[in-house]
Design a protein around this ligand. Structure first.
Ligand code: GLU
Length: 316
């Protein structure tokens, strides 16, 4: 996977493109335990938020109800607390109280309202393709690095009713989405060619990542999105969804490098060796975990301990 052109953004330029009180978010999915890859993202999120005067919102991205588990949510909240990185909005304590406006599974009403707006504009259609239908008709987008699957439009003109038990897709009109990434520079994406008509809700009633995140970033007034390079190709379609929902000013995007398991494989939840839980059990302190992640990112020369309140120094 490509590395961003830069390791650190130009802070003055970043600030100039943001409102007076920018808002960013840390958005883990409770589909597994936190590992050093999440910590790398947290270092960018908290470090840049503090250096640029932004507020950090904690969002639990549990839109996929089959893959997410409350036990993973409890563990990740506890790990975050241990790391010493407190969110300014929807902090750990608020999630522990019960339903929370930051947790995607508690936001069904917001997603329904957003879907109703798209449907009212004639942009949604129902799709009853099975996984096998999709695999048979999808083609890989050879132009894209990650060779993602493209929806071939089988149900686009079938006029199936938009109801429960079928997928809901958004018509993706042709056209480019362009944005200036704070680390990767100018980007041009063509969602109609990359993914085609986008799934926003699956047959089981799960809102898709792309839709939920675009709705949340809009409604929660997120003006700075900081995430790994693996999500760079998603940004154009999220910009498109947000604009169709009525978002006037898009957020600023920053996609940072990923910690790799091997030259071609990013770290994943399956790599126990980098799990925060495992490192804690082996006696690592929080500053040692932060220092290790910062070092692997190339943000500090040695894996020396890094206090949570010093992460912003990496970006100054
Ligand atoms: N929930 C996503 C993840 O854990 C992050 C999504 C985003 O930052 O847009 O990879």
């Amino acid at each position: 996977m490509a590395h961003p052109a830069r390791l650190r953004p130009d802070l003055a330029l970043l600030r100039a493109g943001l409102p007076a009180t920018p808002r960013t978010r840390f958005a883990p999915a409770p589909t597994g335990a936190l590992h050093l890859g999440h910590i790398a993202n947290a270092i960018y999120v908290w470090g840049l938020a503090r250096a640029a005067g932004a507020r950090v919102l904690l969002r639990i991205e549990d839109h996929d109800r089959q893959r997410c588990q409350p036990a993973y949510e409890h563990a990740l909240l506890e790990d975050l607390e241990w790391l010493g990185l407190p969110a300014d909005e929807f902090p750990v304590s608020v999630y522990r109280e019960g339903p929370c406006a930051g947790r995607q599974s508690d936001r069904d009403a917001q997603y329904r309202a957003a879907a109703a707006k798209l449907a009212g504009d004639g942009l949604l259609f129902a799709c009853d393709c099975s996984r096998r239908d999709l695999e048979a008709t999808m083609r890989s987008d050879a132009a894209s690095d990650d060779r993602e699957l493209h929806y071939a439009g089988r149900c686009r003109e079938r006029g199936l009713p938009l109801e429960e038990g079928v997928g809901w897709r958004m018509r993706m009109a042709p056209g480019e989405e362009t944005f200036e990434d704070a680390l990767c520079g100018r980007q041009r994406q063509t969602p109609a060619q990359q993914c085609g008509d986008l799934l926003i809700r699956d047959r089981l009633g799960n809102w898709s990542y792309q839709f939920a995140v675009a709705v949340d970033d809009f409604l929660q007034d997120i003006t700075l999105v900081i995430r790994g390079l693996d999500l760079l190709a998603s940004t154009g379609r999220q910009l498109r969804i947000a604009r169709l929902l009525g978002r006037a000013a898009p957020p600023v995007f920053l996609h940072h490098g990923l910690l790799m398991q091997s030259p071609t494989q990013k770290l994943s939840k399956a790599d126990g060796a980098t799990g925060v839980r495992e490192l804690r059990a082996a006696g690592w302190t929080a500053p040692r975990v932060l220092g290790e992640a910062a070092h692997r990112l190339g943000l500090q020369a040695a894996p020396s301990p890094l206090a949570a309140d010093a992460v912003e120094q990496l970006f100054r």
